[in-house]
Ligand binder design. Sequence first.
Ligand code: SAH
Length: 223
Amino acid sequence: MLHSLPKEDNYLHKGLRKQLVQGLREKGIKDERVLAAIEAIPRHFFLDNAFERQAYEDRAFPISAGQTISQPYTVACQTQLLELKKFDRVLEIGTGSAYQACVLGEMGISLFTIERQKELYENANKFQLLKKYPNIKRFYGDGFEGLLSYAPFDKILVTCGAPFIPPKLLAQLKPGGIMVIPVGEDKTQKMLRIFKDTEGKVHEETMGDFSFVPMLQGKNNNA
Ligand code: SAH
């Protein structure tokens, strides 16, 4: 990972980003705050220098530890589904490259994000861009457990394919809160939007098929 090397964000990158955002609009992303955050974040900072152009194609890309940086459309779609409000407390499962985290950070919410791969958690320590977002707090841990000491959360976003809805995450969601989680153990998962009403009753909507790396139990400390 080359996160520690200085990178520039020049007019070429900004132009490619505008095109990417235009493409996302055409694919149905309407939340202007989400589009503005994607336009602001230099996605090429999250990839090796050799892949600067690919950073602005609408596709997922391999990062370390056999994981991926999510496709921009997926990031936009999941973020839009969260219906974020300015001071929301949000829990993200699967920090990965921290791209999705920075998109959320740029939107001004208060983010708590967990990663189970020590290597990825430690890579992000060296990542200068994250210094811009004191509203992002990162944790090395198992997302199935959530973050009890910081709960409850207004919104929960899972960025790996879960075998089922983790009960501890559901318990850490505020009444009136929304959880966006891809569920399924095959190649593709169903994107679920879960709404917990003020009485604590849970309502589920299915928002289409997506493909994520799996949500795995426990931590992996092969850094
Ligand atoms: N949001 C990331 C997506 C990374 S891919 C991004 O923008 O780049 C999904 C990530 O979820 C991987 O880094 C994987 O290691 C992590 N993951 C899988 N199971 C997990 C778990 N139980 N707890 C925390 N993170 C997990």
